[in-house]
Design a protein around this ligand. Structure first.
Ligand code: IPE
Ligand code: IPE
Ligand code: MG
Length: 225
């Protein structure tokens, strides 16, 4: 059995890539999509069942309107143009985050793509969109309170956006920055974390494979010896 069930990724460095290639930050976002496709393919090949991609954080609303709009349009176009291909490749999409705050065209497309891919089984790609771990935890605690159930690990797990998704075995952050930026603070409690110097658009198949093989060699203790 594959010891890697779930890989989570903070796809950082697009903006810097765009600027350093004599373009705009948005050029980097567009280029970053190629890496997304490569990594999804690799997960399918490696029989990794869950891939979570941090796409837009609750803090990313602080960015210029133009950049935010571009990011949403990029995602909309991807969902519009590629949905048949995703179905053909047996890829399941799930979106995690505070989705009700998103523009309605995007919300409709999200619903549609989740529905259309719901039966697929090769890999489940979780798109973290308007996702913030603190927001997620507050939300979960409010639900627990409303349902009048006990606060315990199981009930918190069940009421997070990530309910029914196993915790990540490994998390990769590209872009030469060593922080979590409000990503899966609860779920990463025992995850192996890899900080990668390369910017997301420069992150290639061989870089991903290198990290997977490093992961395999790690002895995970989970507190034991
Ligand atoms: C990550 O790349 C993608 C998003 C946050 C949408 P950045 O846009 O943060 O790129 P840098 O870190 O500024 O280079
Ligand atoms: C984290 O990257 C969010 C995503 C990749 C979607 P940021 O670029 O927003 O993180 P900070 O602000 O540098 O911590
Ligand atoms: Mg960044």
């Amino acid at each position: 059995m594959n010891p890697i069930k779930h890989v989570a990724v903070i796809m950082d460095g697009n903006g810097r890539w765009g600027i350093s290639h004599k373009g705009s930050r948005n050029l980097g976002h567009r280029e970053g999509l190629n890496t997304v496709e490569v990594i999804i393919e690799e997960c399918i090949k490696e029989k990794i069942k869950y891939l979570t991609l941090y796409t837009f954080s609750t803090e990313n609303w602080k960015r210029p309107k133009k950049e935010i709009k571009y990011l949403f349009i990029l995602l909309e176009n991807f969902l519009l143009k590629r949905i048949d291909e995703l179905i053909e490749k047996n890829i399941k999409l799930r979106f995690i985050g505070e989705l009700n705050k998103l523009p309605s065209t995007l919300k409709n497309l999200i619903k549609l793509s989740e529905e259309k891919t719901s039966q697929n089984t090769a890999v489940q790609v979780n798109i973290a969109l308007n996702y913030g771990s603190k927001n997620e935890l507050i939300n979960a605690l409010k639900m627990i309170n409303k349902k009048n159930i006990t606060i315990n690990e199981k009930n918190i797990d069940k009421n997070l956006f990530t309910n029914s998704i196993p915790n990540p075995d490994l998390m990769i952050r590209t872009g030469n920055t060593q922080r979590l930026s409000n990503f899966m603070l609860w779920q990463l409690a025992y995850t192996e974390i890899f900080f990668e110097k390369k910017l997301w658009p420069d992150f290639k198949k061989k870089d991903f494979r290198k990290i997977l093989s490093k992961f395999i060699s790690i002895k995970r203790n989970f507190g034991s010896i």
